[in-house]
Design a protein around this ligand. Structure first.
Ligand code: DHE
Length: 583
């Protein structure tokens, strides 16, 4: 497969990632194979949502209809599984379309079985992968998928307040929790590390670099966020399970848990002065909704659907997923990004009985984003539209939408002072090698504000996260989904004093000492003081992974964490930096 470094089609990334397969196995203290299997999906296998949890739910098979092919019950459930895992991310659970085309029966029956079969087999230049021809599906699976698409869409169950409440468990009531911190952990310099394929997090001490605790969480766990006071840690799994972990306990432990839906990716906690630790919120992919909960018990207070009209054509979308959520520092607001409709909801949590929501029309396919250095402006990528939308969280207004490059993916982005343009926020891209710098200072640098002021050239496409720190002169760009092993296992680092200088490549995968696997290097995260940056070396579940720590001043290897329990470490969240929005 030849792929130009300038232009990465999703199809190419998909095909590459599907070729990535485990080879060796752990022994001794590694998690049981059955536990791994439960959570496992191939890293980056398709950088669109994979509805891994819905996949495993039995759905009702539509009744026979004249002229429409039928499938046996077993084939139907299996094909439905494949649809949720590989197709629903783009075409939608209900097949009404998302980044991919709608596959409603009106469309599919007009085209017919043979057209569908060939389209699935060979793909299209528009981004549809070729699932046949070694693309991951057998001939029989493709035939069954073509038949499945001619049948009425499956309708997974809703998950309303009744189901949410039934899933809610308080393991340790507030009255039984310690009044002061009982452990000797330096909470500000602790890291919560996602162990994706075991459904756990590892708490790793910043100073000793030792794993101090492993805590079971939700399925294929996704992100961690810290409460404003620093006492509570919130973790969300792809199965929409939220764990509330009390960091004052010795050892820290889950004190409450809840499920906010069947599939989810985001969780956040109230940060406005006077509202610290009061509420938590989690957003779901299915059903499309968010749930506001008490911050210290997760008692569900309010569930709100995100179904509604898209910002552009103003047509009804039945399943707009909740993507990133951040907490405002200017109002008691959660800033909730609704992917398929392209709306940013500023949800005022000060009166849950009369919920005030400011709906800002931004751009469709909102995904991830973060604050500028002042904490006032929120920048969010509409990745399938190649744009970044900027929201003024103080005025609750859209500032601007700017075009940045092919599929921006900032994570929370990176803020630094540019020698010429003043304060900027940066994002890299999944689809090309550029890094876009957007001016963020309308007061002192109005001529540069909300414009792409410079584009840097990195190692290549397939980038997910960029990182720097207010005390650092380095700016790091990862490329974990790049098809070249050398690029995906290394990091580019730019000099913030001289951004025109060629970047340096740090061979993080090699530094890990691990020789097996693709060793994708993902998501840099600083320690509290900003003199170390931690990178995950992410292998498949049955291979060894590691965390490599770089001395930020010298850009030299400082330490490698290798531990059998460190299975598929991906996201790392330093307590202080995450809590204070330092990035
Ligand atoms: Fe993520 C953040 C969704 C795949 C690692 N990811 C996010 C956010 C969303 C999201 C909506 C923002 C949360 C917030 O800020 O509130 N991620 C999705 C997907 O839909 C997608 C593409 C596919 C899926 O089915 O989940 C996906 N994500 C991945 C991965 O494959 C990654 C690389 C490894 C993993 O652990 O699964 C991955 N996502 C991350 C990380 C963050 C994240 C580390 C938080 C970054 C940060 O600095 O805050």
């Amino acid at each position: 497969m030849t792929i130009s470094m300038k232009d990465y089609s999703t199809g190419a990334l998909v095909a590459f990632a599907l070729a990535f397969s485990p080879v060796t196995a752990f022994s001794a203290d590694a998690p049981a194979k059955t536990d791994l299997k439960k959570h496992q999906t191939s890293p980056g296998a398709q950088y669109t949502p994979k509805l891994d949890v819905l996949r495993d739910q039995q759905v009702e098979q539509p009744g026979r209809q004249p002229g429409v092919p039928n499938l046996s019950a077993a084939d139907y459930q299996k094909t439905n599984q494949i649809y949720f895992e590989r197709c629903a991310g783009c075409h939608g659970v209900l097949r009404k379309g998302a980044t991919g085309k709608p596959l409603t029966t009106k469309v599919t029956r007009e085209n017919g079985f043979e057209y569908l079969r060939d389209f699935i087999t060979y793909g299209s230049p528009g981004g549809m992968p070729n699932w046949g021809e070694g693309g991951g599906l057998s001939k029989v699976e493709i035939d069954n998928m073509a038949s499945y698409l001619l049948m009425d869409p499956a309708q997974p169950p809703e998950f309303g307040m009744k189901e949410i409440t039934a899933s809610w468990k308080v393991h340790v009531p507030v009255s039984d929790r310690p009044k002061t911190k009982m452990n000797d952990l330096d909470l500000d310099n602790l890291f919560s590390v996602t162990l994706r394929d075991t459904g756990q997090i590892a708490l790793i001490a910043g100073a000793s670099k030792k794993i101090v605790s492993i805590i079971d969480t939700g399925y294929a766990v996704h992100i961690s966020r810290m409460s404003a006071s620093g006492r509570y840690l919130f973790v969300i799994g792809r199965d929409a399970k939220v764990n509330l972990i009390d960091m004052y306990m010795d050892p820290p432990a889950t004190v409450a848990e809840i499920k906010v839906g069947s599939e989810a990716r985001s969780v956040e906690t109230s940060k406005m002065k006077g509202w610290e630790d009061k509420y938590a919120v989690a957003g779901a992919y299915w059903p499309p909704q968010f749930v506001i909960m008490d911050g210290d018990t997760l008692k569900p207070r309010k569930v709100v659907s995100t179904r509604g009209m898209t910002v552009d054509t103003q047509e009804f979308h039945p399943e707009p997923r909740v993507a990133a959520i951040v907490a405002s520092h200017y109002h008691p607001d959660f800033i909730i990004n609704v992917k398929e409709t392209g709306k940013v909801l500023m949800v005022d949590y000060s009166n849950l009985k009369a919920l005030n929501v400011t709906t800002i029309d931004a751009e469709r396919f909102l995904h991830d984003g973060g604050m500028d250095s002042t904490g006032r402006y929120f920048l969010v990528a509409a990745n399938a539209r190649n744009k970044v939308a900027i929201i003024d969280t103080k005025r609750r207004k859209l500032v601007k939408i700017v075009e940045t490059g092919n599929k921006p993916h900032p994570g929370r982005g990176a803020n630094f002072i540019h020698p010429k343009y003043g304060p900027v926020w940066a994002t890299s891209h999944l689809g090309d090698e550029t890094i876009a710098l957007i001016g963020t200072d309308p007061k002192m640098h109005p001529q540069y504000a909300w414009k792409v002021v410079q584009k840097l050239e990195g190692q290549g496409g397939g980038s997910l996260f960029v990182k720097t720190h207010p005390t650092s002169k380095n700016f790091y760009v990862d490329t974990p989904l790049n098809p070249e092993a050398e690029v995906s296992s290394s990091i580019a680092v730019f000099d913030l004093n001289d951004l025109d200088k060629e970047y340096e490549v740090l061979p993080i995968g090699e530094w890990s000492g691990i020789t097996e696997g693709v060793r994708r290097v993902v998501q840099g995260e600083y320690n509290k003081t900003g003199d170390e940056v931690w990178f995950s070396v992410w292998n498949s579940a049955s291979q060894e992974s590691a965390i490599v720590i770089v001395d930020d001043k010298t850009r030299k290897l400082k330490h490698v964490i290798r531990d059998k329990r460190l299975v598929t470490p991906t996201g790392k969240f330093n307590f202080y930096n995450t809590r204070k929005d330092v990035y």
